[in-house]
Design a protein around this ligand. Structure first.
Ligand SMILES: [Zn+2]
Length: 621
């Protein structure tokens, strides 16, 4: 009785191990007809594939590897192509299949000739490879022409069999079965393109469950072999993903931790707009411009999915599309991207607040000052980075932080908040190349005009005071603990700036969506978009209370060429792929809310955002 309980417990624990959600790695990859690869064995082995397939023919006492009899070549033996290379690897890896000793390798041998004679020959050959035939990290699994299942137990311990998912096996046969496979086409008439009919998906699911209930890994052959199908197989929890595209599947599996995000916290609640002032032609007193750096629809939709199908931005009813090319390039960077917003001019890549000839442009805060409107700038990037700098500096190189900051003293900026190193006294935010007198000068010049501080909290609402906040936490990613810094900075800025009777302009930048795109890191992107969107919620709330505030949400460009291929709203799960680690020419959305928000409809150049802001405030250029 005790023994039975013990056995039951073992079975239970093994089953629950296989029933757990699989974490996919290259160990789950199966190189289908591997011998047809330009480099048989090595390509799949070097990628760390968990399973490699070779078809064999018994010909003149030798086992030859080929797909069809007419392709047979006496030099292409199973030994030469697979067993000898594997033996060499095992010798190098101190007896293990891979240098990572916990990794397993399955050699799936598909017999094309007579089952008994071919298998007997294989057994005979394998006996000559003691480092392979008694190796806990290597399995030889026989597929294709197999002896009848009653005979399975008669073969040596190093011989395993590939069972058929649709068949029922005796328990002794099952004890020799290493995996269960089936032809994908017998479950689905689909070529894998588009959405699988629910009934087919249910049949596939049932088949996988059946295999797992028997504690066997599952594989489908004849299966669709492209990225959407790979996501489907992961959903189905198929243990081996069959492929002819070794490098592509390896890259797909290796990058999964960075291309997949599942919400770790409950979804945040959206602000419910009243729409009272939305789309009216009332005059605008305050403008809040929220720039998601590198944020187009794919990024927003990643955030929307991660927040379980909810985004404040998507409650903004007046939308447009902004074309982002710069003066000298189809693909912009942030410098001309936001100079378009601050000046209404297209300039060259890397140029900050100057036209394409390098001449200083009159920037938005100067125009707004004509109406006594005050300006504040916030970023969760560096205060001298291109996006905030585009509103106060005139430099033809975005990296020249010292010169950029020096320009600040001549521009009507009341408040500048962002990251840097603790305080301006610790000048690491300034040019690394010219840690010279210039920086000391810049500091003392700025101190004449601004109060410098290291936290948003220490900013007071005293009239007439101008602030520079350089806070280390501002520069952290959400994943690394920035927390609610951007929301707090927005709240404080609105408090300070709204003291001004004539109104304010506040630019807040979600700088790090762009960093996530450059890093091809979807968790980074999704968490940054959600943070940015919370800030948008706060801006909408203020706009409703105030009634004279126009909120604009847009981006300077897209970063990463992100596309979304899988997701689940209920879990906050989203998966995507990046086309590049740099910016793209993808247009970006413009969302507007409040009075004059209707001006932002349509498809236009990014420079139009500047013109529309002036129009909304009734200021002539
Ligand atoms: Zn960028």
């Amino acid at each position: 009785m005790q023994r039975l309980t013990f056995l039951f417990l073992i079975v239970l624990s093994v089953q629950s191990a296989i029933a757990q959600t699989l974490t996919y790695t290259v160990g789950n990859a199966h190189s289908h007809n591997d011998y047809q690869q330009p480099m048989p064995f090595w390509t799949a082995y070097n990628e760390g594939f968990g399973s490699i397939e070779a078809d064999i023919f018994l010909r003149d006492g030798a086992l030859l590897v080929a797909h069809e009899a007419r392709e047979l070549d006496p030099k292409k033996t199973l030994e030469a192509l697979y067993l000898q290379p594997l033996q060499a690897c095992v010798a190098k890896n101190y007896g293990f299949a891979f240098s990572n000793h916990s990794k397993q390798l399955q050699l799936l041998i598909d017999i094309k000739t007579d089952s008994i004679n071919t298998l007997n020959k294989l057994v005979e050959i394998l006996k000559g490879y003691p480092s392979l035939n008694n190796n806990p990290t290597i399995k030889f699994v026989i597929s294709g022409n197999r002896p009848s299942e009653q005979l399975f137990v008669n073969y040596p311990s190093f011989i395993w069999f590939d069972g058929e998912l649709s068949k029922e096996y005796s328990s002794s046969a099952l004890s020799k079965i290493a995996l269960l496979s089936d032809n994908f086409e017998s479950y689905s008439a689909s070529n894998g393109k588009g959405i699988f009919p629910a009934e087919e998906q249910a049949r596939l699911e049932a088949a996988v469950k059946k295999g797992h209930a028997l504690n066997k890994p599952v594989r489908f052959w004849g299966a669709p072999d492209f990225i959407n199908a790979w996501y489907l197989f992961m959903h189905l929890q198929v243990d081996y993903v069959n492929t002819d595209h070794i490098a592509k599947l390896a890259d797909f599996l290796n990058t999964l931790p960075k291309t997949t995000y599942t919400a770790t916290e409950p979804a945040y609640t959206l602000y419910k707009p009243t729409y009272q002032s939305d789309g009216t032609s009332k005059p605008v007193k305050n403008i809040i411009l929220l720039i998601g750096d590198g944020t187009s629809y794919p990024q927003l939709y990643a955030g929307y999915t991660a927040n379980k199908g909810a985004l404040n931005i998507f409650n903004m009813r007046n939308n447009g599309t902004s074309k982002t090319s710069s003066h000298d390039s189809y693909v912009t960077d942030s410098a001309p991207g936001s100079t378009a917003f601050s000046s209404g001019e297209k300039t060259n890549n890397r140029f900050v607040g100057v036209d394409h000839t390098g001449k200083a442009l009159t920037l938005l805060p100067v125009y707004l000052q004509r109406k006594n409107i005050k300006t504040g700038l916030i970023s969760c990037g560096d205060i001298a980075d291109a996006t905030p700098a585009d509103f106060y500096a005139h430099q033809s190189e975005r990296e020249h932080a010292s010169q950029i900051l020096r320009d600040l003293k001549n521009e009507p900026i009341d408040l500048l908040m962002g990251s840097g190193d603790e305080s301006l006294n610790n000048v690491s935010i300034l040019d690394k190349s010219d840690k010279t007198k210039l920086q000391v000068d810049v500091l003392s010049e700025l101190k004449e005009k601004y109060t410098l501080t290291g936290t948003v909290d220490s900013v007071t609402e005293e009239a007439g005071k101008k602030w520079i906040v350089v806070e280390k936490r501002a520069g952290l990613s959400m994943l690394r603990g920035r927390g609610d810094w951007l929301s707090k900075a927005l709240d404080k800025s609105i408090k300070v700036l709204s003291k001004n009777k004539a109104g304010f302009f506040l630019m807040a930048e979600g700088a790090q969506v762009d960093y996530g795109g450059h890093d091809n890191n979807l968790p980074y992107v999704a968490t940054e978009v959600m943070d940015f969107d919370r800030v948008v919620g706060k801006a909408l709330e203020f706009a409703d209370k105030n009634g004279e505030t126009l909120v604009i949400v847009t981006a300077d460009h897209e970063t990463g060429g992100l596309t979304l291929l899988d997701g689940d709203y209920s879990k906050g799960y989203v998966a995507g792929q990046f086309a590049t680690n740099d910016h793209t020419a993808l247009p970006v959305p413009v969302f507007a809310y409040g009075p004059q928000s209707q001006l932002f409809r349509g498809v236009y150049e990014n420079t139009e955002i500047f013109n529309k802001i002036l129009q909304a405030t009734g200021i002539k250029k």
